[in-house]
Design a binder for this molecule. Structure first.
Ligand SMILES: [Zn+2]
Length: 591
């Protein structure tokens, strides 16, 4: 069986090579011969190991083409968060302004991207001339250094159309471990007549199946109006046989004396939701389940008016949570929820809060800092959990939403009507919203501070106040990061409003005080699985902070995931997080 698969693959490869040799490569037909091993172990598992570097390169090319084919029917979510930099004499490069892009990427023949955020960033999809489009593998060019979201997502492949020996020279450099994975390292240069927009840089290839696991470099010979960014692109072995693109870090700019930069930025691009249902009509039929029809209630009777009201809110809550999860915007229930849940429980118990329905917590998969609640479910964004310095500040954020629930500020009961769930994933932000009126915001803050003062976090609110102070210092530059998409923003006209009263008890913000950690960089706490959207806490060894420049509050940093091979039998690593500095300790349940 596997041999047959391999033969199909080999035939395909021959076809592709033949196509590549022609001057004008024919567009690949997405319907044509899907590789039969999709979803199963890679075909070359049955191949003899290559004996020369030339054979290795052939395998690499084959595997890359197979990955492109495998991902073609998928439409992952792609998020790019970018910070423009300016030089601060004391802190080094710091954010000056920021940009945020979120969309679904269509990885089929012509790579395209549809936006969740509407067109409010201006500059939607200009029509590009087909020549440029071809050169960039179907992506938009970037006029005058303007950041087109597509510019980052196309870096998932070295060269979508022409990754082959006709267009590139491959030079073996060395062997190197990336995490647990032994890799072969190749330097890749485009051939002289290969044309514009060709990859120039280095690839890391794992040494069992010869999949590319990391790409680092840029694209060569930009035309006059095109600008190619440098990128460091990482793939993870999240399913058997394939390494899927998960992270891209980009950075430009030089702050050495005398350098004149037109452009200086750093950006993180994350991909996830590869396994999201694409929502074909047939899905509906395959998902029909016949649940138990037995009614377990001892006395089956109609609901009282209050019970009916609660039932109604529960229905709205379930609808919204399910819809957000289906759009890839909410992580499935998991261990991070348990941590959040514990903090909520601590607040509830010490304040004698008893609610008719339990309060649940979930993680929004996106970076902008926001919280909201729908019914009794509190939702906190991944980015917010990342930057919160400690458990007390996490309690501060959760207490605000818990206060809304306790005060009965229910929102979203209109979503109990199922027709309101019938919108495209990209329409999520336009169709759902959980913003409170200012009066409810003020009341929630007041109640939240009461609850915090009666809780185990009463003695830990200084850092929470410091966090608000740090947020205030950076707020004018980080409008995109602070733009909430479903809930209330924490700022109003550049001033932090959320829980602002806590700054009164906080010490002065001092960047030079190395043990004072007011906020963390993005991406340090929560790890999002690109394939199944699950989130988990990062288990990273804390690194000592040696200067004010190491603090990087709210900032974008490079990715350095520890690579490992997919192992179906291994449960998520149970290694405890070692927390030796405040900066890196995970928010853990209070005692
Ligand atoms: Zn609120």
């Amino acid at each position: 069986m596997r041999t047959t698969n391999w033969m199909i693959l080999a035939l395909l490869a021959v076809t592709l090579t033949a196509a590549a040799q022609q001057s004008a490569p024919a567009p690949q037909n997405p319907q044509a011969a899907p590789t039969a091993q999709t979803g199963s172990a890679p075909a070359q598992a049955t191949l003899a190991p290559p004996t020369t570097m030339d054979q290795v390169v052939d395998r690499v090319i084959l595997r890359e083409k197979d990955l492109i084919k495998f991902l073609a029917p998928r439409t992952p979510i792609v998020e790019t968060y970018l910070q423009d930099l300016t030089q601060d004499p004391q802190l080094g490069p710091i954010p000056q302004s920021d940009h945020y892009f979120l969309g679904r990427m269509d990885l089929s023949d012509s790579i395209d991207r549809s936006d969740y955020l509407g067109d409010k960033d201006g500059k939607g999809k200009d029509k590009e001339d087909s020549m440029e489009k071809h050169l960039l593998g179907g992506f938009t060019k970037m006029f005058k250094f303007q950041y087109q979201p597509l510019g980052f997502s196309w870096m998932i492949y070295a060269d979508r159309n022409d990754f082959d020996r006709q267009h590139y020279d491959f030079h073996y450099a060395r062997r190197e471990f990336l995490g647990d994975v032994r890799c072969l390292v190749f330097d890749i240069t485009p051939k002289k007549d290969a044309g514009r927009g060709r990859f120039l840089g280095r690839i890391w290839v794992e040494d069992q199946d010869f999949n590319i696991v990391r790409l680092n470099g840029t694209y060569a010979r930009p035309s006059r109006n095109t600008f190619f960014f440098h990128m460091d692109s990482w793939r993870l072995n999240l399913i058997p046989g394939y390494w899927v693109p998960a992270y891209i870090y980009s950075e430009e700019g030089d702050f050495t004396a005398g350098a004149h930069n037109k452009i200086a930025f750093k950006a993180q691009t994350r991909m996830w939701g590869y396994n999201l249902k694409t929502g074909t009509p047939n899905d509906e039929l395959t998902q029909i389940r016949v649940d138990s029809v037995k009614d377990d209630t001892p006395t089956a009777q109609d609901a009282s008016p209050l019970a009916a009201e609660r039932e109604w809110q529960q229905q709205a809550e379930d609808n919204v949570i399910e819809r957000l999860e289906r759009a890839g915007l909410l992580a499935p229930e998991g261990d991070v929820d348990k941590i959040l849940q514990t903090v909520v429980n601590n607040l509830e118990i010490t304040n004698n809060i008893e609610l008719p329905r339990p309060v649940r917590t979930r993680v929004l998969t996106t970076s902008p800092l926001e919280t909201f609640s729908v019914g009794n479910t509190i939702v906190v964004s991944r980015g917010l959990i990342d930057v919160l310095p400690d458990e007390g500040s996490l309690a501060m954020m959760l207490s605000h939403e818990l206060a809304h629930i306790v005060l009965g500020h229910n929102l979203g009961s209109q979503y109990a009507f199922n027709d309101r769930m019938l919108f495209s994933d990209e329409g999520t932000f336009a169709n759902l919203g959980f913003k409170h009126i200012p009066e409810e915001e003020t009341a929630a803050d007041k109640k939240a501070i009461e609850m915090l003062k009666a809780s185990p976090y009463a003695q830990k609110l200084e850092t929470a106040g410091l966090f608000i102070k740090a947020l205030q210092v950076r707020a004018p530059q980080l409008t995109a990061l602070l733009q909430a998409h479903l809930g209330n923003s924490m700022i109003d006209n550049g001033t932090v409003t959320r829980m602002a009263a806590l700054v009164n008890g906080a010490p002065a913000l001092d960047w030079n005080k190395l043990d004072q950690i007011a906020a963390l960089p993005l991406g340090g706490r929560v790890k999002l699985n690109a394939w199944d959207d699950k989130v988990e806490m990062v288990k990273a060894q804390p690194v000592a902070i040696t200067s004010a420049r190491d603090k990087m509050p709210f900032e974008v940093t490079p990715f350095f995931p520890r690579l490992s091979r997919y192992n179906a039998t291994s449960a998520p690593a149970a290694a405890p997080t070692t927390a030796t500095t405040a900066a890196n300790s995970s928010p853990a349940p209070a005692n």
